[in-house]
Design a protein around this ligand. Structure first.
Ligand SMILES: [Zn+2]
Length: 168
């Protein structure tokens, strides 16, 4: 069945992206993020640094909880093509272990859909990690990485630091 809200086509941000097929009112549940449910340990085995050069594989992984990850690369749906943005128009919502992408503002037809991935790769985030997960969203408040980095050691600019405080 075709999703009434989302269509997948080439994105200016990266690869393919999800776009609004029609005007989407704020609060609309657009799509469920589907895929094979695996554990953190399985994810590490499958996609850990030693075993996998395919960096895109990482961003098809949605961390639901400390125990469960959804691998959108296996039995996934179009939700996996929705790109990250630091200034998103959607958010991911976890309810009873299931993940939904919902509109946080009204989205016009044709707009690219995105949400903040807030990727968590553990405690020690290096500059190299940030580069590896570099963000290309181009928004004014772009933090430069798709990782969830609560306290950067060095703010890139005063503006970035201010945005952080506001978000906190
Ligand atoms: Zn960004």
């Amino acid at each position: 069945m075709q999703n009434p809200y989302l269509e997948v086509r080439a994105s200016a941000i990266e690869g393919r992206g999800g776009f609004a097929r029609q005007r989407i009112p704020k609060g609309t549940r657009i799509i469920e993020y589907l895929g094979k449910r695996i554990t953190q340990a399985q994810a590490n085995r499958l996609y850990g640094d030693e075993n996998c050069d395919d960096e895109v594989g990482h961003v098809y992984l949605f961390t639901v909880s400390s125990r469960t990850i959804i691998d959108g690369g296996v039995d996934g749906n179009d939700a996996r093509f929705i790109n990250h943005s630091c200034e998103p128009n959607c958010e991911s919502v976890v309810k009873k272990g299931r993940v939904y992408i919902e509109a946080i503002r009204t989205i016009e037809a044709g707009e690219e859909l995105n949400y903040d991935y807030q990727l968590d790769i553990g405690e020690d985030v290096t500059e190299e990690d940030k580069q590896r997960y570099a963000c290309l969203c181009g928004s004014a408040s772009c933090r430069g990485t798709m990782l969830d980095v609560p306290k950067p050691k060095r703010a890139r600019s005063k503006r970035a630091a201010t945005e952080k405080q506001k978000a906190a």
